[in-house]
Design a binder for this molecule. Sequence first.
Ligand SMILES: C[C@](O)(CO)[C@H](O)COP(=O)(O)OP(=O)(O)OC[C@H]1O[C@@H](n2ccc(N)nc2=O)[C@H](O)[C@@H]1O
Ligand SMILES: Nc1ncnc2c1ncn2[C@@H]1O[C@H](COP(=O)(O)OP(=O)(O)OP(=O)(O)O)[C@@H](O)[C@H]1O
Length: 280
Amino acid sequence: MTSFSLLAPAKLNLFLHINGRREDGYHELETLFTFLNYGDQLTFTLTETTEIEVTGDTTDIPLKDNLIYKAAVLLQKHTNSLFGAKINLTKILPMGGGVGGGSSDAASTLLALNKLWHCQLSLQELAALGVQLGADVPVFINGKSALAQGIGEKLVNVELPSKWYCVVHPSEHVSTAKIFTHPDLKRNTPKLKGHWQQQTLANDCEPLVKKLCPEVEKTLQWLLKYAPSKMTGTGSCCFVEFATQKEAQHVLENLPHNWDGFIASSVNISPAHTQLDAIH
Ligand SMILES: C[C@](O)(CO)[C@H](O)COP(=O)(O)OP(=O)(O)OC[C@H]1O[C@@H](n2ccc(N)nc2=O)[C@H](O)[C@@H]1O
Ligand SMILES: Nc1ncnc2c1ncn2[C@@H]1O[C@H](COP(=O)(O)OP(=O)(O)OP(=O)(O)O)[C@@H](O)[C@H]1O
């Protein structure tokens, strides 16, 4: 196999607690990750030179900053691979929206090139490389819905019931770094004791993001007409959960015209892993 495609799925943080701040500025978190059957599309083609080429919807990101390119170079250097790759991106996920698109692109790149270049690194080794690119990369490498601790890299797999989500992307952009450096961020939620129960748990970034971005506040309020609404990650995407596709579709059909959104079902195993396992 010298060419194949993989999805880089979206994630949702079903809750997000911030327990404290480390000396290096990163935050200790407890968060529940689920994957959506929806994401960016990446096609990988083996080349015989060491060049890494990224084509398609590379948007405004300079090549050297593109997480796809960074992931490929990191793996190439780590394994001394003499191969290269052409990687084509079809960007579906909103950027900087809290659905982890950049991290997921990076993780799918590490998973795909590990196979294409016959590197044979374990998922643990790939996750250790991935965390250098972003705190969210390991969960996409692990590929299972999980409760995460640490900065988001210590994972305990969990089985979650499959649900349908309507995810709305307000036009306002939220910088993850800005939220995590803001003095008003709630950083003192005690660590979970015993079992978590998703319904009672919140996103600690939400009050601050609502204050800084009126569009997020408006979106969460609007979604409340249909179901309890939540924000994912540091925003700005907000979501509501349903048992059926029909209910999620109903919300999407009623979205105000100037808002973007999508619907998708959740899966316990990342679609990138399901696709990769089917390739021999
Ligand atoms: C908030 C989450 O979206 C939850 O899934 C993620 O933890 C963020 O993951 P990410 O975007 O991959 O994060 P990175 O690219 O590593 O970091 C972006 C910025 O967020 C801050 N950051 C991130 C993760 C974390 N546990 N503590 C932090 O303080 C870092 O200071 C950094 O400046
Ligand atoms: N291939 C890529 N796709 C998306 N963003 C990328 C990519 N490469 C680099 N980036 C940069 O990474 C930033 C964060 O992207 P991403 O879409 O993962 O944010 P996010 O959904 O808020 O993620 P998170 O929830 O992990 O914070 C973008 O603003 C962009 O500048």
